[in-house]
Design a protein around this ligand. Structure first.
Ligand SMILES: [Cu+2]
Length: 287
C-alpha cells in the first residue's frame, strides 16, 4: 500500500497531527451501514433521498436499457450469422437503402435517450438545488487528508482527519477507510457541504449519501445530503491527487441529536485551540 510514502507522510504530519490527534470520546457505537462488504456487488445502501433516487435510476432505468440493448444486438448478430452466412445464403441481395428501416434505427435510439434524459435531469436538479440547510459543514481537502470545519453556532472549530494506520485499527474498523478524527452529524438534518482544496484538485465522495463533488483550490463547491439513518458511512477522495490519493478516507458518523450534542461539547474543547487558528488555517497563512 505504498508503505514507504505513507510512512513519510505520516511522519511529516505527525507534528501537526499531535495538536488534534487525541480522539474525541465517541458516543455509543452506531450500526455500520455505509461500507463495502467482501463480495459485494452493486451500490452501497442509500442513506439519503438523493442516493435512493440514484439507485432507482440505476436499477430501474439504466440496467434494463443496457441489458435490453445488449440482448437485442446479440440477437441481431446471431440472426445475421446463421441466416446470411455463405452456405445458407449463397446469392446475397444487392439492397443498399431501406427508408423505413433507416428512420426506425435513428428514431428509436433517440427515444431511448429521451427516456434516460428525463429522470437524469430530474436527478441532477435534485442534487444541485440545495434546500434550506440545517447546518453547513466546511470540507477542505489537502494532500493527503481532510479538514472539517463546523459553523460558528456549533462552536466554530475545525480539525484534521487522517487515515488510521493498520496497526492502530480496533476490531470492526475497516482498513483504509477508518480515520483518527471522524465527522459527526445529526440524523435527519439537511447538511450543506462547502468543499474546497488547499493544494490540488481532490473530490469529496460519500457513496451512501449520493455526494461526489470536486474540491478545487480557490473555489467553493456546494453539495448537500440528508442522512435518514444513524450509522457510520465511509467515502474516499475520488480524484487522483498524488501519491497518497488512496489514503485519505472520509468517515462520517450519523448520530441522534443527543449524541451529536455530546460529541459537539467534547469536540469544542478538543479542537478549539490557539485562538481558533486550526492547523489548516495555519498552513494557509504560512505558505
Ligand atoms: Cu485527494
Amino acid at each position: 500500500m505504498g508503505g514507504h510514502s505513507f510512512a513519510i507522510r505520516a511522519a511529516s504530519r505527525a507534528g501537526a497531527t499531535a495538536l488534534v490527534a487525541s480522539a474525541v470520546a465517541s458516543p455509543a457505537a452506531a450500526a455500520l451501514v455505509g461500507a463495502p462488504q467482501p463480495g459485494q456487488i452493486g451500490l452501497l445502501p442509500a442513506n439519503t433521498p438523493v442516493q435512493a433516487d440514484i439507485e432507482w435510476f440505476h436499477n430501474a432505468i439504466l440496467l434494463p436499457v443496457t441489458i435490453g440493448i445488449s440482448v437485442l444486438v446479440l440477437a441481431l448478430l446471431a440472426y445475421v450469422v446463421f441466416r446470411f452466412n455463405e452456405r445458407a445464403n449463397p446469392t446475397p441481395s444487392r439492397t443498399a437503402h431501406n427508408g423505413p428501416l433507416e428512420i426506425a434505427w435513428t428514431v428509436l435510439p433517440a427515444l431511448v435517450l429521451v427516456v434516460i434524459a428525463v429522470p437524469s435531469f430530474r436527478l441532477l436538479a435534485e442534487q444541485l438545488v440545495i434546500p434550506e440547510p440545517d447546518m453547513t459543514l466546511k470540507v477542505t481537502a489537502s494532500q493527503w487528508h481532510w479538514n472539517y470545519g463546523y459553523p460558528k453556532d456549533a462552536g466554530g472549530f475545525s480539525f484534521d482527519s487522517l487515515i488510521k494506520e493498520d496497526k492502530d485499527l480496533k476490531p470492526g474498523e475497516p482498513r483504509l477507510l477508518t480515520v483518527d478524527n471522524a465527522v459527526y452529524l445529526p440524523v435527519g438534518k439537511v447538511i450543506e457541504v462547502d468543499v474546497t482544496s488547499q493544494d490540488v484538485i481532490h473530490s469529496f465522495s460519500v457513496p451512501s449519501f449520493g455526494v461526489k463533488i470536486d474540491a478545487i483550490p480557490g473555489r467553493l463547491n456546494k453539495a448537500w445530503f440528508k442522512p435518514e439513518q444513524e450509522g457510520v458511512f465511509y467515502g474516499q477522495c475520488s480524484n487522483i491527487c498524488g501519491i497518497d490519493h488512496a489514503f485519505m478516507p472520509i468517515e462520517i458518523h450519523v448520530v441522534s441529536q443527543d449524541a451529536y450534542q455530546t460529541w459537539l461539547a467534547g469536540a469544542k474543547k478538543q479542537f478549539a485551540r490557539a485562538d481558533g487558528l486550526d492547523v489548516a488555517d495555519a498552513e494557509r497563512v504560512i505558505p
